[in-house]
Design a protein around this ligand. Structure first.
Ligand code: G3P
Length: 222
């Protein structure tokens, strides 16, 4: 499963890309709004695209088809790696058809049902992004939406890729991987959380403790 770092933080992107942990980046208006407000968002996205090899998701903010189309075309010019993210709205479906007909890759985002995902794929979206955590916020099973969407896409041989988003815990991550998601949009904090385990830390401490005793013995000639 590919990992797209879900952030607009350049330091975090540089860290994760340098560690070889990520295959791309996803952003959204809220994540961009958390970053340096002095920079034109398109310049910030351009810097992100230069900092990672792989797709970079950038979302339109218009809610009408014409506005989404125009913004999508502008975003696609920022870098070749840009994936235009369009919310799952009726207007968004119309904009997606126009953008994809011009060869622009679209990810339909803010998806919450397999039906929305199928309609987005039919509109030509290259990616669909169901939001796992936000479904759980209202007591629904987000991972099952990923699994059902994957099942439907495989059944009909749809090439549209599934980026699981709103991944807030390692269990979300594993659940989406087991469900067959092509990628997960993972925030930096969740990625770091997945890297560590207290038993690993304890094991390293024990190894170093035992090794230091061994070195001490050899220095004492015993
Ligand atoms: O990529 C979408 C993601 O940023 C949303 O996450 O935790 O706000 O639902 P969250």
């Amino acid at each position: 499963m590919k990992i797209f770092l879900d952030t607009a933080s350049l330091p975090e992107i540089v860290w994760a890309a340098g560690a070889g942990l990520i295959d791309g980046v996803t952003t959204n208006p809220s994540l961009l709004a958390q970053e340096d407000s002095e920079t034109d968002p398109r310049d910030h996205l351009s810097e992100i695209a230069r900092s990672v090899s792989g797709p970079v998701g950038a979302e339109v903010v218009a809610v009408d088809a014409e506005g989404m189309y125009r913004e999508g075309r502008d975003l696609a010019k920022v870098a070749d790696s840009i994936i235009v993210m369009v919310p799952m709205l009726e207007e968004g479906i119309v904009a997606t058809r126009r953008l994809t007909s011009e060869g622009i890759r679209v990810c339909t985002t803010l998806i919450f049902t397999p039906a929305q995902a199928l309609l987005a794929a039919k509109s030509g979206a290259r990616y669909v992004s169901p939001f796992v955590g936000r479904l759980e916020d209202i007591g629904q099973d987000g991972v099952s939406v990923v699994a059902q969407t994957r099942e439907i896409f495989m059944h009909y041989g749809l090439e549209c890729e599934l980026i699981a988003a709103s991944v807030r815990t390692p269990l979300h991550f594993i659940g989406c991987a087991r469900a067959g998601a092509d990628a997960a949009a993972v925030p930096p904090a969740v990625l770091r959380n997945m890297l560590v385990h207290p038993l690993t830390d304890r094991g390293v401490d024990q190894f170093l403790h035992d090794w230091s005793k061994r070195i001490a013995r050899s220095r004492a000639g015993v």
